[in-house]
Design a protein. Sequence first.
Length: 330
Amino acid sequence: MKRITAISLAFILTLAGAVPMLAMGETTGDSGISPLFVKSDESSLKLNSDELDSWNSSTALPTSRNAFEIGQKMNFALQAEDDGSVTAQSGTSGERKNPGRALLLSAIFPGAGELYAGSTLKAALFFAIEVGCWYGAISYAQRGNDQTDKFEKFADASWTESEYRDIEFQFANDPNASNSFSADYGPDATRDTWNSLSWNEKIRYLPGNFTHELPDDRNQQFYENVGKYLTQFGFGWNDGVGDDPETVYKWDGQSRDAARYVIMREDANNLLGFSSTFFSVIMVNHVVSALDAGFTVRNQNRKLMTVEPDVSAIWHNSEPVTVAGLRVRF
């Protein structure tokens, strides 16, 4: 009931002065108690000259004794609890922080923004995810690279390029084929001449199942081809057996080395795939942590907002007039 009466009093004072009530506004970084002097009890609201001088010295406009006493009583009424005790309203209950800074900190290192916001539990969680994912990514990458070295060394020892090139040159010189290398380049054309041709020139003389060029360098494409396109490159595996003679241009035999090689490559790709997944989680962790830190600080700043009464004096018709309103502080 005290608060309702005090608010009504403020409204009447404003109308009586013929001045619009101060609109609710925002003061960033404003702190401290209301400029009205809050007493421990209502009986102590007796005005003394020191308090009035202090009030007038802190405002651009002086105020009268009556306006000052009204402001004291109104502030007391609005801030008094039901049991008669008084609680001073503070403009800020904590330190305002920068959401952009929190977002940037966590974008660089997950958990740093949460630590800046004061949320140690979430900071520890994002930090643990970051460390765990980096460990997983590096560990699986190293294992995948080791497995890659193994299958490449295995292919170097078990697959012979010269044998495959012999078959390639043999098929290109088949006199029964519609296009024959020797028919176009002469019967004395050598394998060196054949090797000097580009792949687009070679495929004119090769069977239809020869679809992929074998790189000169032993790169990733080279090691993929010899294990993936066996109907073409199966001719190069040293232990190949059982090739059907009726399918002259197509290798359809069996090779235990080739089967083992395929499994080795698959294991390496799986390990590197796990590493890639961990790296993806790391990126997601950075984004989620950054957004969480920014929102956390923003929500904390919102909780710092307080609403308190404000009574001040302004000049109206060449006379000081008391104006009451509410001040919103963040």
